[in-house]
Design a protein around this ligand. Sequence first.
Ligand code: ADP
Length: 306
Amino acid sequence: RVVVIGSLNVDSTSYVDAFPAPGETILARDFQVALGGKGANQAVAAHVAGAPVEFVACIGDDASGAYAQGALERLGLPIAPIRRIPDASTGVAQITVAASGENTIIVTGGANLALTPALVDAERDRVAAATVVLTQGELAVDTIEHLARVSNEVGVRFVLNLAPPAAVSAATLAVADPLVLNEHEARAVGVGTDAADGATLDGWRVLAASAAGGIARSVVVTLGAAGAVAADATGSWTAAAPRVTAVDTTGAGDGFTGTLAAFLAEGRPLPEALRIAVAAGSLAVQSRGTVDSYAPRAEVLAAAGA
Ligand code: ADP
């Protein structure tokens, strides 16, 4: 079982010709509402990958919260672990996409701010019963750190996607198994430096290998169109991504991480879970949307040749 403790947002996207100036009102060409937040995206990805998932998140007592619950239910995730916080608004990302492809994003944390260390304590039994606990850098630092501590105490594998690169302690990174990072986040935590700009997949494999066992128990670095690398105490591996036409890379990293957690929970070795997660990420970039772009398990396994 995979327990995801993380953010849930409702993404509201307006598609405009050009951004409005302060004080200006403009008409958008199109508008879309979708489930978002890294916690929600990764929980859905792990579920689509075939893992039993319990997603612990906080929503507000509002229409957006009801929408998010409905979206999770339609996708087949249990909504019992979702908490409704009175007098809070559901987390929201107000996104504007201009014809140029540029975007502006305003995130209001809202009910996500109720994901506190006390909530982790309240979920201790659920954490203890998990095979893998997965969280992201979108939570408050003290919540991430407490979850790392509790997971370690109860002996459950702690997968940390440090996106964005929150300033967590070395002790928290040390128990991550794996610590999942993209190139930018990898540099932020000291896996690779600016000198690693443009490094090859094999160059990143070597960097990950030197970080595994030092910074974290194991390390995974995703490298966009190139694929990803992984390392733990027993070895280091590369997984090249297939050459594909990317139509929408939104949520690819979340698709990758949720899939990785699902297959680790199933007992697959890290190099095998890595290859499957790269296949999932590469399928996700080939269709529009975030959670809607995650391919079903059979398709991902076929693409990975697993
Ligand atoms: P993030 O979006 O978090 O920065 P990446 O860009 O590294 O993450 O992408 C995560 C994974 O998605 C990659 O490891 C790869 O499997 C897949 N991916 C991303 N972009 C592409 C692409 N252009 N072609 C093929 N696969 C891709």
